[in-house]
Design a binder for this molecule. Structure first.
Ligand SMILES: Cc1ncc(COP(=O)(O)O)c(C=O)c1O
Length: 434
């Protein structure tokens, strides 16, 4: 579900017209719905109520401070992948003691910083990393809480670039090796073996890979818990969302319809996994990113030109792959809708950005209402892996971001001034001009 819907002819986010926001703040513009973030968090929280649990928002999906604040205020922890993300979580009002720290390449400095912040746990991806964390902890006279990320070798059946739980991937430690790794970790100084972690991939719309992975790993968690006395088992993130308009709906009642049952609702996720997890008697961590933030955001863009070639009808917009790289990177689908709805013809259109790459597109041969120069469009479900993957390619400033709450809206990231793009750069001393 999400909170972007037409009121009359105008597309609104909660109680705010997107046309009004585009006029006030310019484009490209990310708009986030606080209500959607809250609704998704509480939906998952309630579904997991039979378990002692902690929802750690995977902030790599959207790390705007206002998004962090929304979720921190609801009690969320954070799944982080760099010292920068831990700092960001804290800057947004998150509690570092509810942060887990994942990633295959943690540097000594990052480990030292995380220890100084008293984080909940390091999710460890290799034995070399375990030894490094132990060394840094000894030096700093700290005890480091650690969990090994187990790679269960279960195919999530999702896009190759977002599958993480098979032996083809760089993530985690092979299922068969994990017990040996814990035995050796137990002999390393200044480590506390606090739990076990896994994550099999992203954008899973079927519960079956989760069930297979949990069914495989839960007995391992039970054995290790009996030996080392764990606090938690983390089943990672990956809950998929609806990107296709035929399936998406703003109406909560839709979740109980036939189409609604076909996708991965929090209740369906919980109903399948709780019976496997409850007997462990451990705190269960989940690390959703996209599920919380994906449908909470839209990217608003202005039509710059219409260009007709013999074969194509191009709608050239002012947003580009540097603002939203998912279509270019993963071939992903984003629903594209006009901010002001008009009747009339539908045209098979390619929606493209101004960047000098053929990959700079948002849709190809998509039936869209006919639009004209100066009209505005919204790319829906752009709240996850959208602005966080933004870049300055072609010296394009990062887009502004707005948070909506009911009838209120606020800029939560200003549009980047163009000079900031090259701040820190300078010609070499021998290139000085007299
Ligand atoms: C370890 C870990 N946890 C959680 C996530 C979040 O995934 P999603 O946004 O699909 O929930 C990721 C995504 O890459 C991840 O690597």
């Amino acid at each position: 579900m999400h909170s972007f819907r037409y009121v009359g002819r105008e597309l609104c986010c909660e109680g705010v017209s997107l046309s009004a926001l585009a006029k006030k703040h310019g484009t490209p513009l990310y708009v986030y719905s606080q209500g959607t973030l809250t609704g998704h968090y509480t939906g998952l929280d309630q579904a997991l109520a039979p378990l002692e649990h902690l929802i750690c928002f995977a902030m790599k999906s959207n790390s705007n401070l206002a998004v962090i604040r929304t979720l921190a205020d609801l009690g969320a922890g954070f799944d982080t992948v760099s010292a920068g993300e831990i700092q960001r979580a804290v800057a947004g009002g998150g509690d570092p003691r509810k942060c887990v720290f994942a990633g295959v390449g943690k540097s000594e400095e990052e480990i030292a910083y995380a220890l100084s912040q008293d984080i909940y746990c390091f999710n460890v991806e290799s034995e070399a990393e375990l030894r490094r964390i132990s060394r840094v902890a000894v030096r700093r006279r700290r005890i480091a809480p650690v969990a090994v990320r187990v790679n269960p070798n279960v195919d999530a059946g999702t896009h190759a670039k977002i599958t993480t739980g098979t032996y083809e991937n760089k993530f985690g430690i092979a299922f068969e090796q994990v017990e040996g790794v814990y035995a050796r970790a137990a002999r390393l100084p200044n480590l506390r073996l606090r739990g076990l972690q896994m994550h099999i991939g992203s954008q899973l719309t079927d519960v079956e890979p989760f069930r297979l992975a949990v069914a495989k790993v839960a007995p391992l968690a039970a054995r290790l818990n009996a030996r080392y006395g764990f606090d938690f088992f983390s089943i990672g993130g990956g809950i998929g969302i609806v990107y296709r308009p035929a399936l998406a709906s703003a109406d909560p009642a839709w979740w109980s319809t036939r189409e609604g049952r076909a996708i991965l609702t929090p209740q369906r996720y919980a109903d399948t996994l709780v019976p496997l997890l409850k007997p462990l008697g451990l705190r269960i961590l989940v690390e959703p990113g996209r599920f919380l933030s994906g449908n909470a955001g839209a990217l608003v863009t202005r039509v710059e030109y219409i260009k007709k070639t013999g074969r194509k009808h191009f709608v050239i917009v002012d947003a580009a792959m540097n603002d939203l790289i998912r279509p270019a990177f993963y071939d992903s689908y984003h629903e594209i809708v006009p901010l002001t709805r008009r009747g009339g013809a539908v045209v098979s259109s390619d929606v493209v950005g101004p960047i000098c790459e053929s990959g700079d597109f948002f849709a190809k041969d998509r039936p869209l209402p006919r639009v004209a120069e100066g009209d505005h469009l919204a790319l829906l479900s752009a709240g996850a892996y959208g602005s966080v993957m933004g870049s300055n390619y072609n010296s394009r400033p990062l887009a502004a971001e707005v948070l909506v709450h009911g009838r209120k809206s606020a800029v939560v990231r200003t549009r980047q001034p163009v000079e900031q793009i090259w701040a820190g750069e300078a010609p070499a001393p021998w290139q000085q001009r007299r």
